[in-house]
Design a protein around this ligand. Structure first.
Ligand SMILES: *Cc1c(COP(=O)(O)O)cnc(C)c1O
Length: 390
């Protein structure tokens, strides 16, 4: 084991304005959930991504859950979900007793394959069980190719929910990622590009739907002096203290995007000619934030596998991770249907076995990044040397 300090995958990066808003909350005793920071954070975020309304919630997962409630998802319903994602994209589907069906990605974007989506929609229509919604995930800071996805969903009359938890700050054809579907969700978990330590946001141009979700997420309190309830509700609102952190963080979003992209560019510079290494491509339709730098390692060419790299970096006290394990491979979810990119080939399976996410924090120093780069180079060179002498 090394004595060097740990380098994290994506640690929180706090600026100097957050404390002002938090202190304001303390000074005015707005420690409760709700309060002026929450209202302002919603307004400022909606303005930032150019959408009509936003609802601040306790997590991105809660935001997905509320979007599903708006879509009227319940027992016996089907929801299509990108397979290459974090489990939080799927869990709310299970909360409502609905059935997820998983859709593969393509190599060009690592996001939902329109081709697989079309096959799944055609098959679902034949069986008379079209999904009520499609949850499109925007992976590692990059928007999915939304035009063909939305076109397909319109053709089949299916609502589009964008899980933009990882893509706040990204664009698609000039528009903010997360604002292209009927509903979009963001996450402010500690590892995301900006954070409130924990929190989320539901965004939409549909004011009525947001008002409904606002009502549900405050325990469905009906208007009355006493406590009156006619629907199931949730305690899902963001606290006014945390919203203060979010207001400060939001002002830093552009800076954070630039920093993450600079981290990516240094990795790319270092490994662009390394045999067997390929970075997640940036699609031509927009800007990726490079929230996480992700790459694939072909073990037959590189002489080392992604997992070996993760382990070797861990031995140097560096946190790297395999690419998300696809949902259709999860023990919890294996029983549900899955549509690979082509009938014969699953792209996400290959990205999982060959993919690695490198430390990508916006606060990572160039020296720290040099430690990561030399750790990888060193292992690759050692492997090639043993291979050549064998
Ligand atoms: C982080 C994340 C979420 C969940 O957000 P929380 O705020 O942690 O609940 C959802 N989807 C994806 C793809 C994520 O990465």
């Amino acid at each position: 084991m090394t004595n060097e300090k740990r380098i994290y995958l994506s640690p929180p990066h706090i600026g100097d304005r957050e404390q002002r808003y938090v202190q304001e909350a303390f000074a005015t005793n707005w420690i409760a959930p709700l309060g002026p920071n929450v209202d302002e954070f919603e307004r400022e975020l909606a303005h930032k991504v150019s959408i009509k309304g936003a609802l601040a919630l306790s997590s991105g997962t809660a935001a997905i859950h509320q979007a599903l409630r708006i879509a009227g998802i319940g027992r016996g319903d089907t929801v299509f979900v990108s397979t290459l994602t974090f489990i939080a994209s799927v869990n709310p589907v299970l909360y409502e007793g609905a059935e997820p069906v998983f859709i593969d990605c393509d190599f060009e974007t690592w996001n939902m394959s329109p081709q697989a989506l079309e096959r799944a929609l055609i098959a679902a229509r034949k069986e008379n069980r079209l999904p009520k919604a499609v949850i499109v995930v925007n992976l590692y800071g990059q928007s999915a190719d939304m035009d063909p996805i939305i076109e397909l969903c319109h053709r089949f009359g299916v609502m589009v929910i964008e899980d933009a938890a990882e893509s706040l700050g990204a664009t698609y054809k000039g528009r903010a990622s997360g604002t292209l579907g009927a509903f979009g969700i963001y996450s402010f978990n500690g590892n995301k590009i900006i954070t409130t330590s924990g929190g989320g946001m539901l965004v939409s141009d549909n004011d009525d739907a947001l008002a409904k979700a606002r009502y549900w997420s405050t325990q469905s309190r009906d208007p009355a002096l006493h406590y009156e309830h006619s629907e199931v509700g949730y305690n899902y609102r963001m606290s006014n203290v945390l919203a203060g952190i979010g207001r400060g963080q939001l002002q830093l979003l552009e800076e954070r995007v630039r920093a993450r992209r600079a981290v990516f560019e240094r990795y790319e510079q270092a490994f662009r000619n390394a045999p067997g290494i390929q970075f997640m491509p940036e699609a031509g339709y927009g800007r990726s934030t490079r929230w996480l730098t992700a790459m694939t390692v072909n073990p037959r060419i590189a002489g080392v596998s992604a997992i070996e790299l993760v382990r070797a970096l861990e031995a140097d006290n560096i946190e790297a991770r395999p690419v998300w394990k696809p949902m259709h491979l999860q023990p919890l979810l294996r029983k549900y249907d899955y549509y690979p990119h082509t009938e014969q080939f699953s792209v996400s399976d290959q990205l999982f076995t060959q993919g690695i996410c490198l430390p990508s924090g916006s606060s990572m120093s160039e020296q720290d990044q040099e430690r990561v780069i030399s750790g990888i180079s060193h292992l690759m060179e050692t492997r090639r040397a043993t291979h050549e002498s064998a």
